[in-house]
Design a protein. Sequence first.
Length: 367
Amino acid sequence: MRTRPSSASRLKRSSSAPASASAPRHFAIVGAGMAGVVCARTLVQAGHEVSLFEKAARVGGRMASLQTPFGSFDAGAQYFTVRDARFEEALATVPQVCRPWGANAIRVLDSAGRVAAASLPVSEPHWVACPGMEDLVTAWAQPLAQAGRLHTGQRVSSIEHDQVRSHGWQVRTSSSDGGLHVFAGFDAVLLAQPAEHAAALLRASSLDAGLAAAVADVRTAPCWTLMLAYPQAVRPGLTTLGPQWSAARSTHHRVAWLARESSKPRRSEVERWTVQASPEWSREHLHDDEQRVKGKLLKAFAEITGIHAEPDYAHAVCWEQAQTLEPLGCSHVWNAAEALGMCGDWCLGHRVEDAFISGLELALAVA
């Protein structure tokens, strides 16, 4: 992986930890996706106090699952692989959550939807969380929620110096019910958000231009995702609708990925498909309305799979920072002098495991 410019590395190396680094401290963590939850649980295990803020109603970030009357959809990350021993060890704490998904079913399609390769070269298992991808993050976040450390439905709008403690921090939030809140008494603030969101929050708070500049070269791409359900396909003698493969990477100009959700372990049997548009097409149609996007992606889906039936359910969502094109090149950013840090999959790449490593290594650096 190409190393990004050294601005972030200089921030990380030049900021020596304070002498009291081993004493219990209170960390505010913004963002409860994989990186934020891993960072929080690691700090708690090290004896620190954390307050974890998430603007959505549930944890998960881009591992979010969408619940529908026809079953769940993995609206973001589709699966994960395990290459780092620390990730493998952490997964062993929730053995009931993760199941292998037959990666030999992943096809490679040409632009017309024909199978160009029987399967991807597979040298490692592909895993999914059950009954939805977000359930892995949820399982790890549960002790935080039970201890009152998780604050969902709270969008952090600004980070400020604590009004009482001269070397501390406070955060202002707006809740989903319109309420405004101030949480104070933090020794450090860690941002576990997409790079663009973290930089925007720092600028809005008039804080540390160096940190925001450190991630200026990180590039991400959006992704439109279409979710389809065909309950009419579940009847005697017909177990699937359309192609007999369960997942494919596509070179179609609109679609990059297709997956039969009902082929994943511990999922509903109702025939369901998730279709993810290519980065180029998603960027070109970033500001289109949902109906227009649904129509175009549904047409592409029919061209690729041969499924021309009208779905009983069709819904499209757009992830504006879905895939990292140019990562930071180091696992995290930490400025001990300011007691501000950042982590996320964008530091290393776009894999679920990248987010895990980033959150873990930031926590280890500040603990």
